[in-house]
Design a protein around this ligand. Structure first.
Ligand SMILES: Cc1cc2nc3c(=O)[nH]c(=O)nc-3n(C[C@H](O)[C@H](O)[C@H](O)COP(=O)(O)O)c2cc1C
Length: 196
């Protein structure tokens, strides 16, 4: 099973990048310990896939820029996608929405039918959860099966660099969620392939 993990921050030392590291470790463990076949994790950051602001004229003249093209290719390869995104002003980062807009222009549209889990980390008490509700809207509108439960880590700056993070209560909750998501994504993917 190929799992694409995208961190939606441009900065180095990103809390969401570190959350993505933990999720990658959990996903690889899942591949060793459950009925899933081996889990192969592909990683991308927003820096890998970002692009100038969407502009129809640019699209007509030169097509998709390299960053969104890279995300679209990775989506095509993936059986499941996990996005770790910061919350900016109670919504998603504009740069992330811009990449989604670019990728949505391709046909077949790469988010359609894809299986997704959303996660966030923030120093705040809400943990960036409002940003994930905003992020769900374009992804669901594009036909992604977004997992009903989302993971938001509050006071992430105090917890996420602890080497025993996964043993904490919030870390165990992350493990359980990734476990359920990957199993569901695995079965949904097989169902979709069988009914193609
Ligand atoms: C423009 C901007 C707006 C922000 N708005 C919020 C917000 O609404 N809620 C929140 O929890 N944190 C907010 N933050 C703080 C981010 O959660 C914090 O910078 C976090 O570290 C960003 O994620 P990253 O570490 O992965 O880059 C905001 C930060 C910036 C730069």
């Amino acid at each position: 099973m190929r799992v694409l993990i995208v961190s939606g921050s441009l900065r180095s030392n990103s809390l969401n990048g570190t959350l993505a590291d933990w999720i990658a470790a959990v996903a690889e463990d899942e591949g060793r310990s459950t009925e899933l076949e081996t889990v192969v994790v592909d990683r991308l950051t927003l820096a890998d896939v970002s692009a100038p602001n969407y502009d129809y004229d640019v699209e007509v003249a030169s097509g998709l820029p390299p960053g969104p093209r890279r995300l679209a290719d990775a989506l095509e390869q993936a059986d499941a996608v996990i996005i770790c995104s910061p919350e900016y002003n109670a919504s998603m980062p504009g740069a992330l929405k811009n990449v989604i807009d670019w990728v949505s222009r391709l046909r077949p549209q790469p988010f359609a039918g894809q299986r997704g889990l959303l996660a966030s980390a923030s120093p705040s008490l809400i943990g960036g959860n409002r940003g994930l509700w905003a992020l769900r809207v374009p992804l669901e509108s594009l036909g992604m099966h977004v997992h009903p439960t989302m993971y938001s880590l509050s006071r992430a700056n105090e917890q996420i660099n602890d080497p025993r993070f996964l043993d904490s209560g919030t870390g165990q909750r992350l493990r359980a969620l990734v476990h359920h998501f990957l199993l569901e994504a695995h079965h949904l993917r097989n169902l979709q392939v069988a009914h193609r």
